[in-house]
Design a protein around this ligand. Structure first.
Ligand SMILES: *Cc1c(COP(=O)(O)O)cnc(C)c1O
Length: 501
């Protein structure tokens, strides 16, 4: 399998190159140039396999040039009981005969980014070896919370890599900040930046693109790379859990082989749901992919109208990991649905850059609408959803998953489609405990409590244990205290690499 850029001016090239580069030099995203198809027999055979075996099966055809041993060891190093607190890795809860919840947050940071970021470092290091790169990799991350911690956990102590994470000093929650400043590992750096997330992200991008900086870190034996969700190496591991969920449904006799199901996906950058699209292309029986948004509902409008318009106010919501107005991975979908029409994709992306909006042609819009459905939940609907799910099923969900469950109800009411549906749960309720506790216990009981007290309160109320990754947080030693201004970030990078070798 070879990979090419959605903008048409780069590739085809091997997967190791695509993973190493992350983003294509022409500004596009790498996509596979061929199709991988699984037969019903192959899907049926997954029912008796564990998550790791299913992962090897799905990743294999996409990772041409990786040996079977390399894929197996990457999978086993990523998905194991030392890192995940559930033997199924991505277990499924059954709420009723028609509704299952796929829990993607049993990894080390309690959010679904672990599903990809636990394996990406292994794929990246092997990709560097395969492409004859003998420098170390320096990962730079700007984070508004979840990605930074998940990347730190994924890359910590991975040989030949180092990672620096920059977060806005006042832009992350107390739990998220504590998760990062207590980070262990000999190759990690964590920095608070005086500024907001956009400032931080823009500065990181500027460092990536600065030739003098590239040269300076090369002098220390490092090359920049990125761990964000446009890297194919982060997307492909996410295809696995769609198959895994279906295999579990088969194994439990909840669906017949070939029977189509729906997936509901709480969506921000369109990475998670795009993996579901690829699973569907590969032959997984998927009826609809339901895109669940919060008030930053740019995707809901796109799916309804065919117009993507980011000219609107950015809203800070209680599902912050979905507060995004530019869903980068949508570009891959458009490229696939137009039968690899790079010139059309280029035009739309140019329009997005210049005017802030574009409208796809009718055929593309109809195709989008035949596969996807979308609606959104505002904060009030999200809070009621948490409460209602608990009342009805005794099941506690985080704010992002609550958005998904709200939109599931809307989907069922609007379409009358009552086939079995899997809602993807993207974070542990303990990770966003302030909102969850407030939804379940009310304003009065939670007022004035800090996030650590709320963890305990939520645990006492729900009878669920606080995940070990969060339970001892308040007692862990703080290891990272540096605060920098935006313009000091390049210097911080140079200091950091100077200490490496
Ligand atoms: C990142 C994230 C999302 C959004 O996923 P995308 O792949 O960006 O669409 C949803 N929920 C949580 C908890 C996340 O961390």
């Amino acid at each position: 399998m070879l990979y090419a850029s959605t903008r048409g001016n780069y590739g085809p090239l091997p997967v190791a190159e695509a993973i190493k580069l992350g983003i294509a030099p022409d500004g596009g995203l790498f996509v596979p140039t061929g199709r991988v198809m699984l037969s019903m027999e192959e899907i049926a055979a997954m029912a008796s396999q564990n998550y790791q075996q299913r992962a090897v099966k799905i990743l294999g055809p996409y990772l041409t040039g990786f040996t079977a041993d390399e894929i197996r060891s990457s999978v086993n190093d990523a998905y194991n009981r030392a890192s995940f607190d559930h033997p199924d890795i991505a277990p499924m809860a059954e709420l009723d005969a028609k509704l299952s919840v796929l829990e993607l947050w049993h990894g080390p940071t309690c959010a679904f980014k672990d599903m990809a970021l636990q394996i990406l470092p292994h794929l990246l290091v092997k990709s560097m070896e395969k492409t004859g790169e003998n420098e170390g990799i320096l990962i730079l991350v700007a984070t508004s919370g979840d990605t930074g911690k998940a990347a730190l956990e994924g890359f910590k102590d991975v040989p030949h890599t180092a990672i620096m994470v920059f977060y806005p000093e006042k832009g992350v929650s107390e739990v998220q900040k504590t998760q990062m400043v207590t980070q262990e590992g000999s190759n990690v750096g964590v920095y608070a930046v005086r500024g907001n997330f956009d400032d931080t992200q823009n500065s990181v991008k500027a460092i990536f693109g600065d030739a003098a900086m590239q040269q300076a870190v090369a002098g220390r034996g490092f090359k920049f790379s990125s761990a964000n969700s446009i890297n194919w190496g982060r997307l492909v591991p996410q295809i696995v859990y769609y198959f895994s969920a279906y295999a579990d449904l088969l194994a439990r006799g909840r669906v017949q082989l070939g029977e189509a199901v729906n997936f509901v996906v709480p969506t921000g950058n369109f990475g998670n749901i795009l993996a579901g699209f690829y699973a569907r292309q590969m032959g997984l029986p998927v009826h609809r992919l339901v895109c669940a948004a919060n008030e930053n509902n740019v995707l809901t409008d796109f799916i309804a109208s065919g117009t993507y318009n980011r000219n609107r106010d950015f809203k800070c919501t209680i599902s912050p990991s979905m507060d995004i107005l530019i869903s980068s991975n949508l570009e891959r979908l458009l490229y696939e649905l137009t039968d690899f029409n790079a010139s059309r994709v280029r035009q739309w992306m140019a329009d997005l850059g210049e005017k802030g909006w574009y409208t796809v042609d009718d055929t593309t819009r109809e195709q989008v609408q035949s596969i996807f459905w979308s609606d959104y939940a505002d904060d009030a609907a999200t809070m009621s959803s948490i409460k209602e799910i608990y009342r009805r099923y005794g099941y506690v969900v985080d704010t992002h998953t609550a958005v998904g469950l709200h939109v599931y109800n809307r989907y069922r009411q609007s379409t009358g489609d009552d086939r079995l549906t899997v809602v993807l749960s993207t974070a542990s309720p303990f990770k966003f405990n302030a909102s969850v506790a407030r939804a379940l216990l009310g304003e009065e009981q939670t007022m004035g409590l800090d996030e650590f007290a709320l963890l305990q309160l939520l645990s006492d109320f729900s009878g669920l244990p606080v995940p070990s990754a969060l339970s001892d947080l308040a007692n862990r030693p703080v290891r990272h205290t540096t605060v920098v201004d935006r313009d000091q970030m390049p210097e911080a990078v140079l200091d950091f690499v100077a200490q490496r070798r």
